[in-house]
Design a protein around this ligand. Structure first.
Ligand SMILES: *[C@@H]1O[C@H](CO)[C@@H](O)[C@H](O)[C@H]1NC(C)=O
Ligand SMILES: *[C@@H]1O[C@H](CO)[C@@H](O)[C@H](O)[C@H]1NC(C)=O
Ligand SMILES: *[C@@H]1O[C@H](CO)[C@@H](O)[C@H](O)[C@H]1NC(C)=O
Ligand SMILES: *[C@@H]1O[C@H](CO)[C@@H](O)[C@H](O)[C@H]1NC(C)=O
Length: 424
C-alpha cells in the first residue's frame, strides 16, 4: 500500500501544478502515459465509467494477466499513436489491488529490436516456480514475419514489475516449415507437464486447418516444436489467442494452469470469425493430444464465451482467491470517423469468474465479486407485473451510471423457470 500512496501523492502534485507538461520520449519512441493525460479524459466523449480503459487511444487484446506479490497485472494491446489499430502496437501495462481501480504504468514492451520492430503483439505470462514471471509474446519482425519472444522483469522485488528486459537470444520460436509468417502468433500461458517439461501452444493456420501448435522445453529458453499440433481442425479459421486451462469438475474454484488430475477437465479456447469459441475435453499428455468431448463443428452450434462483442480473451488463475478469471476485448465497432472523433476505441470486459457447470458440458461466468463495491443505491421491487412491450421506469437511479442490473423475472404463463438477465 505504501507504494500506492507514494504514487497517488505524486499524481496529485502534478495535477495541482497543472500546466506542467512532461514530454519525455522513452523506449525508442514509445511514449509513456503522462500524468496530464488524466485530465484529457474529460474531453473524450462516451467513455465508460467502470470498464478498463487506457487514458486515450486504441486498445485491443488483453495480454499476460496475472497476480504477483499482492498486485494484479493487466497488459494489453495498445496503439500509442492514435484511436485506430496501428502498425506500432505495444504492451501497455496497468496494475490493481482489487481488479477494479487501476494504475496506468509505463509501457512494458515496445518495438525496439529486429525481432519485434514492427509491433509487440499478444502473448501471456507464466510464473516459473521459484523464479517469477516471464512473458512470451509475438513480435512482428523486420521482415513482417511473426516470431515468438520472451521478456523477464528487471527487478523481481518490484511488485509493479515496471521494467521488462527482452531475452538476448530472441526470437525463441520462428514459423515452422509450412507455416506462413503471418499465421503464427499469440503464445498461451505455459504449463508444466507430467514429465517435468514445459509446454506452450501457439495459434496457427496450416494445410487448411486452424490449430494449436505445441512447443516443449526443459528450461523455458530452448523450445522444440512437437511433431503434431495439440489440436487441429478443418472446421475453423486461423486460431488467434488460443487459451488452454484446467477447470475443476466439482467446484467453482479455479486451479493453476499446470494442474492435471482426475478432478479436472480441460478447456480449449480459440478466437476466429470475430468470436471466442471453446471446447471442453480431456488432455492426454502422454500422447500430447487434446480430446474434446464435443469437437468444433464449424456451425453456429459451437460453444461461445459470449454472444456479443467479446474477442481475443484470456484467463489467468488468481491464487489469492482460488478462482480463474476471464478478460476479453470489447470491440465497440464504432466507425473510424467516430473513433477518431472521440479519441479512443475499445475496452476490456469487466473481469469474470469462470468455472465448469455441474453438468460438465459448458462453462459458467459471473462478474467478479469485487464489482459489488461499485454498487451505489439499490432499488428493488417485488411482485411487479410488467406487461409485454410496456415501459416500466425504474425510479431513483440514473442509467448513465448503471454498470450492472440484475433482474429476476418469473414468467407466470409458460413456465416456472426464473429468467436471469444481466445488463452491462
Ligand atoms: C527493486 O524493487 C524494490 C521494491 O520496489 C526496491 O526497493 C529496489 O530498490 C529495487 N531495486 C532496484 C535495483 O531498482
Ligand atoms: C534444445 O533442446 C533440444 C531438445 O530438448 C536439445 O536437443 C538441444 O540440444 C537443446 N539445445 C540447446 C542449445 O540447449
Ligand atoms: C473434487 O474432486 C477431487 C478429485 O476427484 C477430490 O479430490 C476432491 O475431494 C473433490 N472435491 C469436492 C469438494 O468434492
Ligand atoms: C471489430 O469491429 C469492426 C467494426 O465493426 C469489425 O470490422 C471487426 O471485424 C471487429 N473485429 C473483431 C475481432 O470482432
Amino acid at each position: 500500500m505504501e507504494i500506492l500512496a507514494v504514487f497517488l501523492v505524486g499524481l496529485c502534485c502534478v495535477l495541482q501544478s497543472s500546466g506542467i507538461e512532461v514530454e519525455a520520449l522513452e523506449n525508442n519512441g514509445c511514449q509513456n502515459f503522462q500524468p496530464h493525460t488524466v485530465m484529457m479524459q474529460e474531453k473524450q466523449s462516451y467513455r465508460t465509467s467502470f470498464h478498463f480503459q487506457p487514458p486515450r487511444n486504441w486498445l485491443n487484446d488483453p495480454n499476460g494477466p496475472m497476480w504477483y506479490k499482492g498486485v494484479y497485472h493487466l497488459f494489453y494491446q495498445y496503439n500509442p499513436y492514435g484511436a485506430l489499430f496501428g502498425d506500432f502496437m505495444i504492451w501497455a501495462h496497468s496494475v490493481s489491488y482489487d481488479l477494479i481501480n487501476w494504475i496506468h504504468l509505463n509501457h512494458a514492451l515496445c518495438p525496439t529490436e529486429p525481432y519485434d520492430i514492427n509491433s509487440c503483439w499478444s502473448g501471456s505470462a507464466t510464473i516459473l516456480p521459484g523464479k517469477g514471471p516471464v512473458i512470451l509474446y509475438t513480435g512482428i519482425d523486420a521482415n513482417h514475419c511473426q516470431v515468438q519472444n520472451m521478456a523477464m522483469p528487471k527487478n523481481l522485488s518490484d511488485p509493479f514489475l515496471e521494467e521488462w528486459i527482452k531475452f538476448a537470444q530472441n526470437p525463441i520460436m520462428t514459423p515452422p516449415d509450412g507455416v506462413e509468417g503471418n499465421n503464427f502468433r499469440d503464445p498461451t500461458t505455459a504449463w508444466l507437464s507430467h514429465d517435468g517439461k514445459w509446454s506452450v501452444i501457439i495459434g496457427s493456420w496450416n494445410n487448411n486447418q486452424g490449430m494449436a501448435i505445441l512447443y516443449r522445453s526443459e528450461d523455458f529458453f530452448n523450445w522444440t516444436k512437437y511433431q503434431d499440433p495439440l489440436y487441429s481442425t478443418e472446421r475453423t479459421g486461423m486460431w488467434e489467442c488460443p487459451d488452454f486451462y484446467p477447470v475443476s469438475v466439482n467446484s467453482t474454484d479455479g486451479v493453476d494452469t499446470s494442474v492435471l488430475n482426475a478432478g479436472v477437465k480441460h478447456v480449449m479456447k480459440a478466437s476466429f470469425n470475430s468470436h471466442d469459441y471453446y471446447m471442453i475435453g480431456t488432455y492426454v499428455p502422454e500422447i500430447e493430444k487434446y480430446i474434446p468431448d464435443n469437437d468444433f463443428t464449424g456451425t453456429g452450434m459451437d460453444l461461445r464465451y459470449d454472444h456479443g462483442k467479446f474477442y481475443a480473451s484470456k484467463t489467468f488463475f488468481d491464487s489469492v482467491k482460488n478462482r480463474r478469471i476471464l478478460w476479453g476485448w470489447v470491440n465497440e465497432s464504432d466507425s473510424i470517423e467516430d473513433d477518431m472523433d472521440k479519441g479512443w476505441s475499445g475496452l476490456q470486459s469487466i473481469p469474470r469468474h469462470i468455472w465448469l457447470d455441474r453438468s460438465g458440458k459448458q462453462l459458467v461466468q459471473w462478474p467478479i465479486e469485487e464489482i459489488n463495491k461499485l454498487h451505489g443505491k439499490k432499488v428493488s421491487f417485488l411482485d411487479k407485473k410488467i406487461d409485454s412491450e410496456s415501459i416500466f421506469e425504474v425510479e431513483g437511479i440514473t442509467a448513465a451510471q448503471l454498470i450492472l442490473s440484475y433482474f429476476v423475472l418469473t414468467q407466470m404463463h409458460q413456465s416456472k423457470a426464473d429468467w436471469v438477465h444481466l445488463v452491462y
